[in-house]
Design a protein around this ligand. Sequence first.
Ligand SMILES: O=C(O)CCC(=O)C(=O)O
Length: 278
Amino acid sequence: MQRQGSKTMNNKMHRGITTDEIRQYEEDGVICLRGFFDLDWVHRLQDLIEVDMANPSGMVKNIDAEDATGFFFGDTFVCHHVDGFKEAVFKSPAAQIAASLMQANKVNLLFDQILVKEPDTSTPTAWHQDYTYWPVAGDQVSSLWLALDPVTFDSGAVEYLRGSHRWGKKFLAISFDPDQTYDEDLPEVPDVEGNRDAYDIVSFELEPGDCTIHHGLTVHGAQPNRLENQRRRAYIQRWTGHDVTYNPRPNLQKMLRDPMIPPGAPLDSDLFPLVWPQ
Ligand SMILES: O=C(O)CCC(=O)C(=O)O
């Protein structure tokens, strides 16, 4: 049953981001913030995910590995498809969280996304960096991953290589989509899964309403959802700050449409809206 949006959904942060948290984001390339989205947001976004899954956008793609069990669902640019997500972009604390951590004096939404790993989904999320998928240049690029279910290692927690955003390396994007190839002249992501002990891997057990924010260059991946009775639903927003400009290149992740801005320009456009300050 659809729940109605509630006036109690918090649109401000319940507290400021501390200097220690900014330092942790800068040093580790990832941070977990607990309880910044109230349960009304969680319920509203759970409902919107059902709406999208019942009628996905043209951006949806099959990300299940071959012969996989379960269902790994992903859709992008969802606020352009299901209106309710716009509230989560423009009226939630997300933009201010991103601006505070990136110390940006403005933030644009690159796109938003749903990722659902249904119970018993065997497809892991391959280790990758977000940055090389996207038409961006600049350092202030981050993703806010909002948990809409309890998340544990067994249900598919995202794992991050602490500090990898400062390795000074960009890695070739890995295709999650049989119709998409990436061919930039970049090294492949190292085999993290086969050498887990060699890396400083960090992950967070999350409750609904908790989020992580990771830098666009932080190498990360996620476990399968091995639980039989637990969905792993996440709503993700990709944010950019004032130092980011448009950097289109051949064979990047498909954007919803041409943003109609010249290379080298700030992202401000209908496609990549300026969200903060309001
Ligand atoms: O949720 C996942 O499985 C992966 C998330 C991810 O790669 C991202 O948010 O950039």
